[in-house]
Design a binder for this molecule. Structure first.
Ligand code: GLN
Length: 490
């Protein structure tokens, strides 16, 4: 072979399904310890180019794998994720492992506890491989805002994986983990899932505990899974969902068996297609792929009808006001005293705060702190923040009205497929505007799933977003399964 770079396709690899792997481990045919080792080998090979993992937690992973193998050998009951290698976005904390949130300001911070979602994965038998790269404090749509370098899309390594959970999406697409966790505030699970050709889940606000999630915008932040297929993503959601005394906003509603719900045929479901999501700015190839997906749903026996969400046009300003306002408050704690590096040579305490923040935060994070502080300042609060909260309510009500008539709503996840690295970094506003299809569900608190739905002519994946009402994840999974089945038949 020549010394030329390998073809980009060689980075894409589909993991085995949970059911296959789990069966191997239960019978002892597969040893969890060997499985973990094989994942670390692949990470060693592919990660230098992809930059998906920021750190590996080998010691903890191998202890857990040995524990699973032991239990399997003794015939003890095994968790639903026994021996399954997973990765964690670096905004979720793992006890003793560096947590950076993609920022320099957290360098050297090792949290003393596990996020609830992380602890639940491990309690179900999962093997935690390491922490995954992301945009700094989850602010971004391309993972180019990470202080530790961008992640590359395994489908085409000259392109972005999306963001902010770019590492979580890329890791599943390249089989550097069977499944991963990410966080989604305005699209950060759904859009990278779409760009990398994997499944991503936005659980209802409060469905998964935020305890141990480094906060971006607390009224919007969600923790959710990525997987290579809908059923596995549904299984993971059942593991991490549920009420948590450490998070007062977590829902007490009983957790359902989402995988079993996803098995039900989509036949008879009413599917809404919002006309506002197929207007100006939508790439024609993305539109064609989504329309094909909608036709597949019709063929599967769904009743497809148009719905209208006219307030969508206000969604971007509303989202960027609320998210930055909350971010400016949440990020006040990074002051050079409590976490991470402290600027040297400051004469006064105020200077020390200023210099530590000046040196520690990247440009996009600073931009958002400024925007948010401005929106919250006296004299502007009523005109911006309060108004945004009022429109947020209208957006939520609009969705509830639509869900009185349909069981699920389908849209493109993003207006384009993955763009080139560097293509949009010079134009933050263009980057913000591309979040139009994902931020409305974030503001409304409803749930959704992004599922692969065809590709562009250049072979770049397109994702369909399937939205459902609060706590109605099962319906979103059912519809996503139908889209997935149609794709697999092609
Ligand atoms: N791209 C959006 C933003 O930059 C969403 C990020 C997210 O969901 N964390 O705010």
């Amino acid at each position: 072979m020549s010394s030329e770079a390998k073809p980009a396709e060689s980075y894409v690899e589909k993991p085995k399904t949970l059911a296959e792997l789990r069966a191997g481990i239960a019978t002892g045919r597969t040893k969890a310890i060997d499985l973990a080792a094989s994942y670390y080998e692949r990470i060693e090979k592919k990660n230098p180019r992809l930059n998906a993992y920021l750190c590996l937690t080998k010691e903890r992973a191998l202890v857990q794998a040995a524990r699973v193998d032991d239990a399997a050998a003794k015939g003890d009951p095994l968790g639903v994720l026994a021996g399954i290698p997973v990765g964690i976005k670096d905004v979720l904390v793992m006890k003793g492992a560096p947590a950076t949130a993609g920022s320099k300001i957290l360098q050297g911070y090792r949290p003393p506890y596990d996020a609830t979602a992380v602890a639940k994965l491990e309690a179900a038998g999962a093997v935690l491989l390491g922490k995954l790269n992301c945009d700094e404090f989850a602010m971004g749509s391309s993972t180019e805002n990470s202080a530790y370098g961008p992640v590359r899309n395994p489908v085409d390594t000259e392109r972005v994986p999306g963001g902010s959970s770019g590492g979580s999406a890329a890791a599943v697409a390249a089989n550097l983990a069977v499944a991963t966790l990410g966080s989604d505030t305005g699209g950060s699970i759904r859009q990278p899932a779409s760009f990398c050709g994997v499944v991503g889940v936005l659980p209802t606000y409060g469905r998964v505990s935020r305890y141990g999630l480094i906060a971006y915008a607390s009224s919007l932040d969600r923790v959710g899974p990525f997987a290579s297929n809908v059923r596995d993503a549904a299984t993971l959601l059942s593991v991490i969902a549920g009420h948590d005394p450490h998070d007062a906003t977590s829902s007490p509603a009983p957790v359902r068996d989402y995988a079993a719900e996803s098995d039900k045929p989509a036949e008879g479901l009413r599917i809404g297609v919002p006309r506002e999501y197929f207007a100006e700015g939508l790439d024609p190839e993305v539109r064609a792929a989504i329309e094909k997906g909608i036709a597949a749903l019709e063929a599967a026996g769904c009743a497809v009808k148009p719905v209208s969400l006219p307030n969508t046009r206000y969604a971007i300003p509303v989202y960027y006001l609320i998210a930055t306002a909350e971010a400016s408050a949440n990020l006040a704690r990074f002051d050079g005293v409590r976490y991470g590096p402290r600027s040297k040579d400051s004469a006064t305490l105020a200077d020390m705060y200023r210099h530590s923040r000046e040196e520690g935060f990247g440009a996009e994070v600073k931009r958002r702190i400024l925007l948010g502080t401005y929106a919250l300042s006296a004299g502007y609060y009523d005109a911006y923040y309060l108004k945004a909260q009022q429109v947020r309510r209208l957006l939520a009500e609009e969705y509830l009205r639509a869900f009185a008539e349909v069981d699920a709503i389908v849209t493109p996840t993003a207006p384009t497929a993955a763009f080139k690295l560097g293509e949009k970094t010079g134009d933050p506003l263009a980057m913000y505007l591309a979040d139009i299809y994902t931020v409305t569900a974030s503001l409304a608190g409803i749930c959704g799933v992004t599922v692969p739905c065809g590709a562009t002519k250049a072979g770049l994946p397109v994702g369909m977003q399937v939205l459902a009402a609060h706590l109605n994840e099962g319906t979103a999974f059912r519809v996503a399964r139908a889209v997935e089945r149609a794709g697999n038949r092609e």
